[in-house]
Every structure is written in C-alpha cells, then in structure tokens.
Design a protein around this ligand. Structure first.
Ligand SMILES: NC(=O)c1ccc[n+]([C@@H]2O[C@H](COP(=O)([O-])OP(=O)(O)OC[C@H]3O[C@@H](n4cnc5c(N)ncnc54)[C@H](O)[C@@H]3O)[C@@H](O)[C@H]2O)c1
Length: 415
C-alpha cells in the first residue's frame, strides 16, 4: 500500500462519516454484499479520481469489497476531505490526496494514482484520462476502459474521441438517466443552496438570484432558489433552454443585464468566463459570486485576481474582493464548485444512484473489455432501467406493468 495524505489521526471521524452515508446508500450496500460474495474485481486495478468525500469513499470500499486494488485521488483541490482520506488509508486503500493542495501537488497526485497502471479508470472531469493521454501514455498500457462522471468530463472526452485519439473505451456515466436527471438536477440544486446558506448564514427569500445556464444543474439550482423565495433570473445561450426557463416562470436576460440586478450569482454552464470582470464591475456592492460548474473558470477568477485592489477573508470559505470602482464582491470557495468545495456535495441518496451507475459501468467494462470500441460509449438503457427498478425496490415503491393487451396496443399501428 502507498499513500500521500494529510493526517492519519483524522481517521475516526472519517469512518463515522462513511458509516453515515452507508446507511443512506441502499444500492451501494446491496452491491457491497453481492461483490463480497462474487469478487468480480479480483485482481483488477482501478484508479479513481472523484471528489473525495464520504460517498466516494464508500464507493471505493465497495470496489475493494469486490476484490479491486484501489488507487484513489480527488478531483478538485478543495473538495477532498482529509478525515475521509485517513479512514480509507486505515482500511488499507491507497490514497493520494489532501484538502487545499496546490495545483502542482494535485497534478502529482493524479500521476501517483495512475502509477499502478490501471485496468479501469473512474474519472470525474477527465483529469486521469487526460494525464494518461498527454503526459503518461506509458501508464495506459493495461487500461481496458473507464467511466466518466460529469458533463465537463464528457465534453473533454467527446473532443478526444472526435480527434481519434481516445486510447480505450469510456462509458458516459453522466449521460445515463439515473445520473444526470437526479444528480445534476436535484443533487446540485439542493447542495448548492446548502453550501451558500451554510457559508453565508444569509436569507435567500426576497433576494435576486442570477443563475447562469438552464441545463441539468442550473435548472435544479434555479428551481430550489425559487422554492426558497428568491426572485430568479436565468441567463442562457441556447434559445430552447431559454424558453424552458421562461415557461418555468423565470426572467430570462443576458448576463450584462442581470449583473447589476443580482444579489447572489451561481454559474453551472461548463463554459469559461460566464461571469467576466466587465459583469463584476456593474454588480451591486456585496454581490455574492458562486459557481457549481466543474472548473473554476466560469466565474473569471483569474480576471478578478487581476483587477482586485484588495482581498480579505470574510468568513470560512468566503473571500471579499475590492473592485477598482470601490465596490466589493464576495466569492465562496474561490469560485470552485460551491456545493463540494464549500460543503459536502450531493445528498447520499443521490450519489447512491450515480455511483450505482459507476459500479455497473465498471463491471460492464470488465465483462466486455475485448469487444468495446475505443470510443465514448452510452450506458445501456437496460442498465439504467435496472438501477431505477432497484432504487424503487429499496424505497418499497411498486409501479404498474403492462398487460399483454396493453403491450399489443402500444406496439400496433392500427386504430
Ligand atoms: N457541482 C456539481 O456537483 C456538479 C454536478 C454535475 C455536473 N456539474 C458540472 O456543472 C456544469 C454543467 O453541467 P450540466 O450537466 O448542467 O450541463 P448542461 O449541458 O446540461 O447545461 C449547461 C447549460 O449552460 C448553457 N450555457 C453554456 N454556456 C453558457 C454561457 N456562457 N452563458 C449562459 N449559459 C450557458 C448551455 O446552453 C446549457 O443549457 C458542468 O461543468 C458539469 O461538469 C457539477
């Protein structure tokens, strides 16, 4: 075993946190039981880079229960939780990550995580895969394939695939219904506001909230802001999404018009400079800027560092920046994905579904490794439906099934 973590003495609280989420993740619990018996990953090396908090730690333990040799790192310098890392190391897993690492340390950890020459890669944002393609192709020799967790990772993989350079098949976990319909929408929706509220201790009701984007994450964020009593403005670049936002009851306008109106801003577009310094200069004094997209470029933090006359810590996870016009803006978690870098990420029940897709996706890679093309691959529809049925079963919810007569009716073109 090999590791590079902050402090092993933090393990007891890490174990408690993992135990808590385990109680709320019935799909992973049943997979853990099954994997203990069947050991589907015996001798399989898995490198994983996912936001390293308790739910991810539990996924790692489930893979390990199935016999996998785990090599683990985080996927963002602020989302890694040191107590959780310590607990995993105490359980005998290899972990290379700590909270608030420098970008150089983060990149070193990505490479250390790949040193095992993985058979399967579990990625969140495509950093492992990018490293294997750009910097360390020598470590890709045993790779059968992998699974990608998030929209931004899929965008990067699609570009790699289109260029004809993808060295192994990658399953688009994010695009499974059982992932983005719930994780991106309800998970990001709830946890973004959990983070903004716990980090600011301010009321949301009555405030003007500007949500950039009306995709899966951003519509969840907008919907939850509305439930909390905010007046919500949505910005978009896609005319169809903009109409959806309007029909859902939101004001829609460009960011340049929304910037002077907002009290709280949240981006989840996957696009850089969604909020740029020109926008910031028109904002109200005390405007709060947050981002829930994968990378910290959606709010132009580099630009803000460049124009800011002063930077002061305001609260835990909140930094104030004085602009050249004398006004201040407050940024939560340095513009990194606010729900994970400033809080604990998605609720456990949500990650139970997302990580079930990851676990079955990894199994699929293992079982079909000789026949899969070296492309970005969709999660099979039957897998999505099977996971949904298992989740309903865990809730004790039954649904109807078609009668033979109904099935015949639905398959007929005659009146
Ligand atoms: N914080 C989290 O926990 C979490 C969870 C899942 C995904 N993500 C990340 O959130 C981001 C969004 O993911 P998604 O699944 O919602 O993607 P999506 O493609 O469903 O939605 C993005 C939306 O943003 C719009 N958009 C793009 N550029 C824009 C711009 N400059 N201004 C306004 N709108 C713009 C697009 O038209 C689209 O509707 C990605 O980076 C993804 O990786 C974060």
């Amino acid at each position: 075993m090999n590791f590079d973590i902050r402090d092993i003495s933090l393990a007891p609280y890490g174990h408690q946190k993992i135990e808590w989420v385990r109680d709320h993740m019935p799909l992973l619990r049943s997979l853990e039981e099954e994997f203990k018996e069947t050991k589907p990953f015996e001798g399989v090396k898995i490198s994983l880079s996912v936001h390293l908090e308790a739910k991810t730690a539990y996924l790692c333990k489930v893979f390990a229960a199935g016999g996998a040799q785990m090599s683990i790192t985080g996927s963002n310098i602020l989302s890694t939780q040191d107590d959780v890392c310590a607990a995993l190391v105490e359980d005998g897993l290899s972990v290379f990550a700590y909270h608030d690492a420098t970008m150089e340390e983060y990149e070193r950890h990505i490479e250390m995580c790949l040193e095992c020459k993985p058979n399967i890669i579990i990625d969140d944002g495509c950093d492992l895969v990018t490293c294997l393609h750009e910097k360390r192709p020598d470590l890709a020799v045993d790779a059968w394939g992998g699974c990608e967790e998030t929209t931004t990772g899929i965008i990067r993989l699609r570009a790699l695939d289109k260029a004809g350079l993808l060295k192994f098949p990658m399953m688009a976990v994010n695009d499974a219904d059982m992932k983005h319909l719930f994780d991106n929408r309800y998970g990001t929706g709830q946890s973004t506001w959990d983070s903004i509220m716990r980090n600011t201790n301010l009321i949301i009701a009555g405030k003007t909230v500007v949500v950039a984007g009306y995709g899966w994450c951003s519509r969840g964020i907008a919907m939850r802001a509305q439930f909390l009593g905010a007046q919500v403005i949505v910005t978009e670049i896609d005319p169809v999404k903009a109409i959806e936002a309007k029909m859902d009851g939101f004001r829609v306008m460009p960011m340049k018009d929304a910037a002077p109106l907002g009290d709280i801003f949240c981006t989840a577009t996957g696009c850089n400079k969604t909020i740029n310094t020109d926008h910031m200069l028109t904002m109200k004094n005390g405007a709060i800027l947050t981002n829930s997209g994968h990378f910290n470029c959606e709010v132009d933090m580099e630009g803000l560092y460049g124009i800011a006359l002063e930077r002061v810590p305001r609260r835990h996870n909140v930094e104030g920046f004085k602009l050249p016009n004398g006004k201040w803006v407050d940024v939560i978690a340095d513009g990194r994905l606010v729900n994970i870098a400033g809080a604990d990420g998605h609720p456990a029940e949500i990650m139970d579904m997302s990580f079930a897709v990851q676990a079955y996706g990894a199994l699929y890679i293992k079982e079909h490794k000789d026949e899969l093309p070296k492309h970005l691959i969709k999660i099979p529809e039957e897998m999505d439906k099977m996971i949904a049925s298992r989740r309903l079963q865990a809730w004790g919810i039954e649904i109807d099934t078609l009668t033979e007569e109904q099935e015949a009716y639905l398959n007929s073109w005659k009146l």
